[in-house]
Design a protein around this ligand. Structure first.
Ligand SMILES: *Cc1c(COP(=O)(O)O)cnc(C)c1O
Length: 441
């Protein structure tokens, strides 16, 4: 190991607290020197193909020159300004463009810094809205079992059933988690499952509609729960029932936004229109922390009044950071180019072809939503504690592939610049891993 690398490893071990990591048993963190396209270059000269878009944030490849240049230019012009009482062109332009792409009158944009805060803003607005709309009894929240919405207290409360937050369960406010009809390719029971879930929703609403403010859902794909997918039809049926019961619908598109599902947004793909949508991970193309919570017009207008008492008392130091907005504008421009649409189409096709070809008996329940593909490791534990996931991750890393199974779920969620050949490498490794790891545990 060269000296520079040694010093980084040592300082990391002494001073860094890594997310979702047991420091005592984890392998040393891998220092990355630079990245380009879908490839991370380690300081030790090794390359890693980033098949999970660096925790689902990267859209167009790493260090994309057009986004890098947009940030540099913005940094030399206006790096940050207080966003109460002031505004700026990148924030306004980005809000207008997002509004134009989103359905219905989802047109009022509140900026924050990450997915969790985007969720907190959605919850606080939904809660305050009903008070000001003369239904102060509407204070309950609904979510789906397995849903993950972030790591701040409100977001953890909504995602309590995800199983990550046991240490803090006494701190969380109580919500109702409804059953979710997770499905996969050629699932013969999908309609039965959906019906059971809709029945549960109806039974809940029959009793509690007058006390319920909103339901939150990761539309089409529950990410952290293990890429658990549902059909568009299900979301439309949920929407119908919520409208009838006067319950707000919040789409957490923090992961599914910006082309992941094959359409620009899961709401467009599903044909279900939320009242509130949260976007973050892909928003800036994976360059800077930024998020938006976008509201339909009536929600914003319910906060208008003669004094501050009905205003939204929420904000962050870096609300609408100009660098983040400039990155997001550049990323959006790339996303809307024909070449990106073609790339996404190629990924969708490659996933379909290779998922169909997975025949190892320990791989099953293949499923795909646009550029997101997943397959379960069968036969072992069917949750986060599955040992196979860890072993497979090490196996993939040895082959220079960044693929991080979620427990027993192997998934690919690549940046859109990934090539069919690179995806073939990933699928070849999954097949080889099934033979080398799953046959000889
Ligand atoms: C990652 C994620 C969040 C939280 O976003 P952070 O930026 O990590 O706070 C919320 N919802 C979903 C669906 C996510 O995937």
């Amino acid at each position: 190991m060269n000296r520079e690398l040694y010093l980084i490893a040592k300082k990391d071990k002494t001073h860094i607290w890594h997310p979702y990591t047991q420091a005592k048993t984890a392998a040393p963190a891998i220092p990355i020197a630079r990245a380009e396209g879908a490839v991370l270059h380690g300081m030790d000269g090794k390359e890693y193909l980033d098949l999970i878009s660096s925790w689902w944030v990267n859209l167009h490849g790493h260090a994309h020159p057009r986004i890098a240049e947009a940030i540099a230019a913005q940094a030399k012009t206006l790096e940050q300004v207080i966003f109460a009482g002031f505004t700026h062109q990148p924030a306004v332009e980005l809000a207008a463009r997002l509004s134009a792409l989103l359905p219905a009158d989802l047109e009022r944009v509140f900026y924050s810094d990450n997915g969790s805060t985007a969720i907190e803003v959605a919850l606080k607005v939904a809660y305050q809205f009903w008070k000001q709309a003369d239904s102060p009894r509407k204070t309950r929240f609904l979510a789906f079992e397995g849903g993950y919405h972030g790591d701040t207290v409100g977001a953890m409360s909504m995602g309590a059933s995800s199983g990550f937050f046991g240490h803090w369960k006494d701190l969380l406010f109580s919500i109702t988690a409804l059953p979710y009809p997770a499905t996969w390719d050629n699932d013969p029971d999908v309609e039965t499952k959906e019906k059971a879930c809709l029945d549960a929703l109806e039974a809940y609403l029959a009793q509690y509609a007058e006390e319920t403010a909103a339901l939150i859902v990761e539309p089409l794909v529950q990410g952290a729960a293990g890429m658990r997918m549902c059909r568009p039809e299900f979301l439309r049926e949920v929407e119908k029932r919520l409208r009838a019961a006067r319950v707000l619908l919040i789409f957490d598109e923090v992961m599914t936004g910006f082309g992941r599902t094959g359409d620009l947004f899961a709401c467009l793909k599903s044909g279900a229109t939320p009242d509130i949508i949260c976007l973050s991970k892909g928003l800036s193309g994976g360059f800077l922390p930024l998020s938006v919570t976008v509201f339909r017009r009536f929600l914003h207008d319910a906060f208008l009044g003669e004094d501050f008492s009905t205003a939204l008392a929420h904000g962050h130091s870096f609300t609408a950071n100009p660098l983040g907005c400039a990155a997001a504008l550049a990323s959006l421009e790339l996303l809307l180019e024909d070449q990106t649409a073609r790339n996404i189409g190629t990924i969708v096709e490659k996933h379909r072809e290779r998922l169909n070809g997975l025949s190892h008996p320990r791989l099953g329940r293949t499923r795909q939503c646009g550029t997101i593909a997943a397959v379960d490791v069968l036969g072992g534990r069917q949750d986060y504690s599955a040992q196979e996931g860890q072993a497979l991750m090490r196996y993939f890393m040895d082959k220079g592939l960044l693929i991080r199974p979620l427990g027993h779920v192997i998934y690919l969620l690549p940046p859109y610049c990934v090539t069919p050949e690179q995806l073939d490498r990933a699928y070849d490794a999954i097949e080889a891993g099934a033979r080398d790891i799953l046959e000889n545990p």
